[in-house]
Ligand binder design. Structure first.
Ligand code: PMP
Length: 276
């Protein structure tokens, strides 16, 4: 079942115009929500980020957030998904190809659900990562459809027998191809500040909140590649990866090469807020 603008359609019934600006220019924004127990997790945070992304690219939402929220609930029900993800994208709609915005654009909204299991094995064992120069633009805070550097980076990781690519700008760690990154150093949690160089992840916010409530010291401060590799613990956060330990970077183990105690504690705390 696909939500296409106002309509619930079968996959075969969705026909996107070749003149959609999402197709020509990547002119649009998106969100990936987690569905736990048939409900959207932290949906207010996702809607806030969606609204902000839209504002930043001067795109008007096709309807109110309340209306979109209602439609998404109906979509989940019609799709019978209990555990999975919901993908939502909005583009600047259909117009003859021109860099200039169309006069009165009618945005195209597309959303659908996928059944996706939680990555419990990787959350337990940890994953390997590689590092790479962050070649993205300087507005990584906008969740735009332009993901070519991210897809190249992910492909590169898998070709090198790793799961994720960690980006750095001139040696300063920003985030990963599709997740945020945090390290633990002397008991403190460090992560890049939420500015134009990273996407402010919903999971990042949730993890920082539960970590603060537990009494951990959090420093939203940039750190370099050497600090990363010498960290006591490294983990990534994201809607689909939740909190996943990174145990090896560029073929070097992090600490003893096993998920760390702070990471495991945060996973336990996160588990408490995941609806059964
Ligand atoms: N950074 C990037 C580049 C991402 O693509 C994602 C996943 N959407 C994240 C961080 C994590 O964000 P969230 O926790 O909202 O999924």
């Amino acid at each position: 079942m696909i939500l296409y603008n106002d309509l619930f359609l079968k996959k075969e019934e969705v026909h996107i115009s070749h003149e959609d600006r999402g197709y020509y220019f990547g002119d649009g924004v998106y969100e990936v929500f987690r569905i736990y127990n048939g409900q959207l997790f932290e949906k207010e945070k996702h809607f806030q980020r969606l609204q902000r992304s839209c504002e930043q690219i001067k795109l008007k939402l096709p309807s109110s957030v309340q209306d979109i929220d209602l439609k998404l609930s109906q979509l989940i029900q019609k799709s019978f998904v209990q555990e999975g993800t919901l993908y939502l994208q909005i583009t600047r709609g259909v117009a003859q190809r021109s860099h200039l915005f169309p006069k009165n654009p009618i945005p195209t909204l597309l959303a659908y659900c996928n059944e996706v299991k939680r990555p419990l094995d990787k959350m337990k064992s940890g994953i390997k990562a590689i590092t790479q120069e962050d070649i993205r633009w300087l507005r990584c805070d906008i969740k735009s459809l332009n993901l070519l550097p991210n897809t190249l980076a992910k492909q590169n990781a898998v070709e090198q027998n790793a799961d994720e690519t960690i980006f750095h700008r001139n040696g300063i760690i920003t985030e990963c191809s599709s997740s945020n990154i945090m390290i633990v150093q002397d008991g403190e949690i460090l992560t890049h500040p939420a500015n134009h160089l990273i996407l402010e992840g919903v999971t990042r916010s949730v993890v920082l909140k539960i970590a603060a409530e537990e009494g951990f010291t959090i420093r939203e401060k940039a750190f370099d590649k050497e600090t990363l590799k010498n960290a006591d613990e490294v983990f990534i956060t994201g809607t689909t990866v939740e909190i996943t330990p990174i145990i090896n970077i560029d073929h070097h183990n992090i600490a003893n090469g096993l998920p760390g105690t702070v990471t495991k504690k945060l996973q336990q705390l996160f588990e408490k807020i995941v609806p059964e």
